[in-house]
Design a protein around this ligand. Sequence first.
Ligand SMILES: CC(C)(COP(=O)([O-])OP(=O)([O-])OC[C@H]1O[C@@H](n2cnc3c(N)ncnc32)[C@H](O)[C@@H]1OP(=O)([O-])[O-])[C@@H](O)C(=O)NCCC(=O)NCCSC(=O)C[C@@](C)(O)CC(=O)[O-]
Length: 296
Amino acid sequence: MYPSSISIYEVGPRDGLQNEALLPTAAKVQLINGLANCGLNRIEVGSFVSHKWVPQMADSAAVCQQIEQRADVRYSALVPNIKGLEQALAAHIREIALFTAASESFCQRNINCSINESLQRFEPVFTAAKAAKLRVRAYVSCVLGCPYEGTINTAQVAAVTHALIEMGAYEVSLGDTIGVGTPRAARSMVDAVSQRVSPSQLALHFHDTYGQALANIVACLDSGIHTIDASVAGLGGCPYAKGASGNLATEDLVYMLEGMGIETGVDLPQLAKFGQQICQQLGKVTSSKVGQALQS
Ligand SMILES: CC(C)(COP(=O)([O-])OP(=O)([O-])OC[C@H]1O[C@@H](n2cnc3c(N)ncnc32)[C@H](O)[C@@H]1OP(=O)([O-])[O-])[C@@H](O)C(=O)NCCC(=O)NCCSC(=O)C[C@@](C)(O)CC(=O)[O-]
């Protein structure tokens, strides 16, 4: 049975903008405040990673300090290690997202360590986050394929996801980083992971590189997962995964879910306006089909 509502976790200001041209801090702040006003109540606003690795996120502390932090919205930031956590705390962020992968090669290229080393790095982060009463989410990348290793064993995805939940993550987001998945593969990966972790603790994070993201989501909609990540205007992608286009566009996800009678709480016309605005600022055309349709 399909759920009656889905919680959308908006990643445009982080996963989107990390792979676009540099934007002024004020434009990011305007975007985040606008997304919150559209009814998006979980927004990843930036990342505390090395500025040398991802210069687009270098102003994340300023972004966190300047956004209007509404009580009804959960703002989170991506963090790779204890140094990132300290910066998130200083910026008054109450939720962090840790990230690792199901592929060794991708993990090395993305965060310069093995999967096991990444989990070791996370141990002190979980301890400090718990002491500071922060919520900790986590991502596993390359769950349906890796740009360096090709096919990834679903047992490996399940093992890494299970380890993160055991360490204290309240939710693990399953990333099809390069968007190579197709519906049957997506569903069997979710079923394999659900044998070790409750689907209520999972989220879907599907990139739309091959135009499969919505189909993959429909294939997993009755699996018990009720959180889906999406990026306004389909912005961005991961800089360490060649060919990764943006996540599924939030506008397209909202249109499909609402059309199926599944509540999202998001004001679609307003969201499409903010999608158009950010694309104008970046000098690009929106990747959202719905955004394009509502524009004409
Ligand atoms: C993880 C590191 C830092 C390791 O990088 P490293 O070089 O192995 O780390 P290090 O500890 O040796 O430190 C090297 C330098 O980075 C600094 N440093 C160390 N930590 C931090 C920090 N937290 N914030 C700011 N600076 C930091 C540190 O101070 C030092 O500075 P230096 O002495 O050279 O001047 C590096 O590899 C990195 O920043 N990688 C960025 C990876 C990234 O952001 N990728 C994109 C996001 S992941 C993604 O998009 C996928 C996802 C989540 O969306 C899901 C999906 O789609 O699959």
